[in-house]
Design a protein around this ligand. Structure first.
Ligand code: ATP
Ligand code: MG
Ligand code: FE
Length: 338
């Protein structure tokens, strides 16, 4: 079957056409990064307007790339939440319109389920599995006892990892989004500033990154006040080392405690080379199979939404046409019902 999927939760307009839930025929992503860069972050109102401008063109492009016609589509999936309300609305309205016009089922999909199931586009998921979700808005450990059933066993209590990367990058005067710049700087540096690690309570799988972020900002200010030259690379390396240490250690500990048979890494920050390498090494040592999508499937894209929506398609769990975009959509409640 052919699924058309739409993703507009933040600043990427994306349309994918996927066969059988796994074979990506087209996955067109149009990023608004250039538009938002001069504001140092995503401006919600501008994001919505840009989605409106792009969505029809991106749809055309996806059909052309996939080499299929509108009549070939069997279902329409769309990110229902979480995300920016105005941005989500554009995708949801487009998806409802298409589902109605083509007379095919609609599947409202959870954005983070999409990030997790991006892994199904590259391999087989073995259950129970543990997903380490690291993105711009989320940092979570998600236990999947069975296919399509999500349980959040750990989450950030303040900043998400990507958010912390972007704030540190901004303080170092890098353009938005700064994650990749901090990553490169950290890779290139020999020196490393020792920074704190927020382990929280010994039995907790939760995270906290605001203290680490503050430590970096304090170091930048201290250097400024004293007129010293800032050791940018060493600071970036220390920051990245702390983040990677904490997220991978907690992920491995949870994997052991819950007896999972596979680890899944996902979300925009999963593009981080240092993180990919460390988790790969730790899982190899533990004999735990690991899936990590290629960077293009880590950042926001519609193919991952089709991969998650496939869970509902196979169970005929369709979404009524009167559904609404829902910024607070719960991952656990989005679980399949069987
Ligand atoms: P969410 O998925 O939580 O709703 P989002 O969709 O905005 O948030 P993603 O697109 O999944 O987030 O990820 C974007 C984030 O990933 C940004 O914060 C960006 O800086 C970060 N990021 C991208 N590449 C890297 C990298 N190589 N190292 C660190 N962070 C990175
Ligand atoms: Mg984005
Ligand atoms: Fe995302």
């Amino acid at each position: 079957y052919l699924m058309l999927a739409i993703e507009t939760s933040c600043d990427e307009t994306s349309v994918a056409i996927v066969r059988g839930g796994r074979e990506v025929l087209a996955n067109v992503v149009s990023s608004q990064i250039e538009t938002h860069r001069r504001f140092g972050g995503v401006v919600p109102e501008i994001a919505s307007r840009k989605h409106v401008e792009s969505i029809t063109l991106i749809l055309e492009e996806a059909f052309a790339k996939a080499g299929v016609g509108r009549g070939d589509i069997d279902a329409v999936a769309v990110t229902q939440g979480p995300g920016l309300i105005g941005a989500l609305l554009v995708g949801v309205v487009a998806a409802k319109t298409l589902a109605m016009a083509l007379d095919v089922p609609l599947i409202g999909t959870h954005h983070i389920a999409g990030h997790i199931y991006a892994n199904r586009l590259i391999g087989e998921i073995v259950y129970p599995a543990l997903a380490l979700v690291v993105s711009g808005g989320h940092t979570e450990l998600v236990l999947l006892e069975r296919e399509g059933v999500f349980r959040i066993v750990g989450r950030t209590r303040d900043d998400a990892v990507g958010e912390a990367y972007d704030k540190v990058a901004r303080a170092l005067s890098f353009p938005y989004p700064g994650g990749p710049y901090v990553d490169k700087l950290a890779q290139a540096s020999e020196e490393e500033v020792e920074l704190p690690r927020a382990w929280l309570e010994p039995d907790s799988y939760d995270f906290s990154f605001s203290g680490l972020k503050s430590a970096v900002l304090a170091e930048i200010n201290r250097a400024k006040m004293k007129g010293e030259e800032l050791a940018q690379g060493a600071l970036a390396k220390g920051f990245q080392a702390s983040v990677i240490d904490v997220v991978t250690t907690k992920a491995m500990r949870a994997a052991q405690a819950f007896g999972v048979r596979q680890m899944l890494l996902c979300g925009g920050v999963a593009a981080n080379l240092g993180l990919r390498e460390r988790l790969t090494a730790l899982c190899a040592d533990a004999g735990l199979p690991l899936l990590i999508p290629p960077p293009s499937l880590c950042s926001d894209n519609a193919a991952m939404i089709a991969a998650a929506a496939d869970l509902k398609w196979r169970r005929r769990a369709f979404t009524p046409l009167d559904m609404v975009a829902w910024p607070q959509l719960s991952l656990e409640e989005w679980s399949v019902q069987d």
